[in-house]
Design a protein. Sequence first.
Length: 210
Amino acid sequence: MTHETPTRPSPANLHEQFASFVLWIDGVGGYLVCLSHRVTLGHPQGETPVDVALIADISRHHATIQRDPEGYFLEAVRKVHVNGQAMDKTLLRNSDRITLGNSCQLQFWQPVPVSTSARLDIVSGHRFAQPVQAALLMADTLVIGPASQSHVQVADMTQALIVFRNKSGLAVRWPGPLEINGVQHRDRAALMPGAVVVTEQLTLTLERVQ
């Protein structure tokens, strides 16, 4: 078994490459991952693309979610309700239900107590512009594993795989051997756009958002 460490670009370049990407998990589905501390929500048809595009009767830029040391703040640009109450700006709490416009509903989750990353699920009859199941607002780590306290729950796994930020960008941690684009590693390795990660329990791909 060979161990290779890929060349790591500067953090600035990695941030540009990883502003957002789709995390595909074989047999599970796709997840839109947003790395910026400020995420825009709205309709996909607009001159300036939003970070989380929704196929619904909403504005091109309908709302913004911003992460700061206190938590996630939702700022309304157009009509927004949180748990049935009209809001201009509010601090989001775990399980809050966000309504954009008249009917597009999202649920906000922070399922992992030790991580400040969050998850947005559509809970109305609408869908994301990307063919994904949820949007993940990544702060420090993403936990993919069998426990309910995971950002992505995969029942067939016996242990968690962690995607995390480091000084150079993103990396993955797994307790054992893993393969990235055909190169063998152990325990952890750097991640780049287009990476295919294979473990004995999971295969996932990082795909650029077009």
